[in-house]
Design a binder for this molecule. Structure first.
Ligand code: ZN
Length: 289
């Protein structure tokens, strides 16, 4: 399984925390019918995107991207010691899979210059912080944490109505430590890193494009969760806050990168998770490289 990709002057490494069954396909994808599932079962099982109970298999991972100037972590997965009672596989985890994966990628927590979150859901902010002497502290002490303003404002508002645990334990401690930057969508880091607004899954969801002067790689976050959504871009997941907007964003994203050389680095597709977008029928496929 390939964990490392080179494109342009970038090096991209995957750090996998879990690759495991998640939810039944028919539950996560309300627009998926049993008939369409049956038509797609064989290739999805072969791709290890689906198990023999029709449960979707998702990868939960971060990407470490080295530009000539910076080492950047895209999304920070699930995290340890976090109370997530509704998700047994994520609840009060204590394993060292993630941190040893980071070490295997040749980076220490001190090496990360920026942490960038595509959105502020529980499985994308977890390792922003870790528990130290009973307090949540930034896991990456030297990093600036980049949050998109629309997304940050949305969760600030939600959290004011009722506490949102991942915001409380994995975002606010970063703010208290003054390691955060809340940025608008025209923000860039050097000449290598840009933001592509991709709303729908959450109101302020963004993708990140990397490359000098062109998109050598794009990190798509949760604008799609399973490869069946490239074939049927109109299929949203039940967690998409605005399902119609998510569907529109998905198709325009796939159209934008279709038949280009841009490496599409997905958050949750099964390994290898990374590929190039190609047209197939009325939809698309992400072809592994
Ligand atoms: Zn996710």
């Amino acid at each position: 399984m390939s964990l490392k990709f080179s494109v342009g002057d970038l090096t991209i490494q995957r750090v996998i925390e879990q690759e495991t069954t998640f939810l039944p396909a028919l539950e996560l994808l309300p627009g998926l019918s049993p008939e369409v599932l049956a038509e797609n079962r064989a290739w999805m099982q072969a791709a290890k995107a689906l198990d023999d109970q029709d449960t979707l298999i998702l990868c939960f991972q971060s990407y470490v991207v080295r530009t000539p100037h910076h080492t950047i972590l895209v999304d920070s997965c699930i995290g340890n010691d976090k109370p997530r009672p509704l998700r047994p596989k994520w609840n009060m985890k204590t394993d060292d899979t993630y941190l040893s994966g980071l070490a295997a990628a040749g980076v220490s927590v001190d090496d990360i210059d920026f942490v960038m979150c595509t959105h502020l859901h529980v499985d994308h902010v977890g390792w922003n912080t870790r528990l130290q002497n009973g307090r949540w502290v930034p896991t990456f002490p030297k990093a600036r944490y980049v949050f998109a303003k629309t997304e940050f404002d949305y969760w600030t508002e939600q959290n004011a109505k009722a506490p949102v645990p991942p915001f409380v334990d994995s975002v606010l401690p970063v703010v208290e430590a003054r390691r955060h930057e809340v940025v608008t969508n025209d923000h860039q880091i050097g000449d290598h890193v840009r933001i592509l607004p991709t709303p729908g899954h959450t109101p302020g969801h963004v993708a990140f494009t990397f490359g000098r002067g062109k998109d050598d790689a794009v990190f798509s976050g949760d604008l799609m969760h399973s490869p069946i959504q490239t074939l049927y871009p109109e299929m949203s997941v039940k967690f998409d806050v605005d399902q119609a907007q998510a569907a529109k964003t998905r198709r325009s994203f796939l159209e934008r990168y279709c038949d280009t050389d841009t490496l599409c680095c997905t958050a949750h597709f099964p390994s290898p998770s990374v590929g190039k977008i190609r047209r197939k029928g009325n939809g698309f496929v992400c072809v592994g490289v």
